[in-house]
Design a protein around this ligand. Structure first.
Ligand SMILES: CCCCCCCCCC(=O)SCCNC(=O)CCNC(=O)[C@H](O)C(C)(C)COP(=O)(O)OP(=O)(O)OC[C@H]1O[C@@H](n2cnc3c(N)ncnc32)[C@H](O)[C@@H]1OP(=O)(O)O
Length: 201
């Protein structure tokens, strides 16, 4: 059996996070490059070789949430916070003492919708995760039941600040609100109902 370091979280982070960050740079450069076709073909061959090497051993399906032996969750494939997911910015969510949450994130060319602006689906994705994180209780996961998003103004690509907080609980339902803002003000607001499924709460 393979010898695993005691701290799998730190080991995994040290090994995979730099790779993920390199692939994020690759995604950005793939979108914005203006080099000639010979260079594009050369890079494609290198990328194909990298994918071939990484594919020599894969988990059978998606990554899921793997746990360290001391119980720490590693949602590293997650589409928005995944440490091993190059399409995740990634979002790093901070929690205040009152349970509200916030994040600061840099969103570049890979997240474009209208020219120069953040794609509305990405705004909704960030808000879904933020509102879900504030609604979350340990060992009582809450699923997004309904998420309502109001796009007040186009959000320019670049640095975005997000916040979310719980406004009330009603049985298995938790109601949360949040917003995204930048130097131009509050751009997107959201409210959501998060439901703890019967039998799993
Ligand atoms: C640190 C970790 C941070 C984690 C953050 C996570 C963020 C990401 C969150 C997601 O993206 S989750 C993925 C997207 N969501 C889903 O896939 C959910 C799919 N839907 C379901 O699984 C079920 O429909 C659901 C769990 C939402 C509800 O099923 P139940 O069978 O438990 O609901 P039930 O019919 O028993 O109703 C319970 C209560 O919830 C209400 N309800 C049910 N579905 C609802 C809904 N969709 N929206 C709002 N309220 C809903 C329902 O009216 C009722 O209210 P009352 O108690 O007042 O009668």
């Amino acid at each position: 059996m393979e010898e695993r370091p005691v701290d799998e979280f730190d080991y995994g982070r040290a090994v995979y996070e730099p790779l993920t960050q390199s692939v994020r740079q690759l995604i950005d450069a793939t979108i914005r490059t203006e080099v000639g076709e010979d260079t594009v073909a050369k890079v494609q061959a290198l990328v194909d070789e990298g994918a071939r090497l990484l594919s020599e051993r894969l988990v059978p399906e998606s990554f899921g949430v793997q746990y360290t032996r001391d119980g720490r969750g590693m949602p590293w494939g997650n589409a928005i916070i995944g440490l091993r997911n190059p399409i995740a910015p990634p979002l790093v969510i901070e929690r205040n003492r009152d349970g509200s949450v916030w994040c600061d994130v840099e969103l570049g060319a890979a997240y474009e919708g209208p020219p120069g602006c953040l794609h509305g689906g990405i705004s909704a994705l960030i808000l879904d995760q933020l509102l879900g994180a504030t609604a979350h209780r340990p060992a009582q996961p809450a699923f997004t039941g309904t998420l309502t998003v109001r796009y007040q103004r186009p959000t320019r690509l670049g640095r975005v600040h997000g916040e979310a907080r719980v406004v009330r609980h009603d049985g298995v339902k938790t109601y949360a609100v949040g917003h995204l803002e930048n130097g131009e003000g509050i751009m997107v607001v959201a409210e959501g109902v998060f439901v703890r499924p019967a039998g799993r709460a």
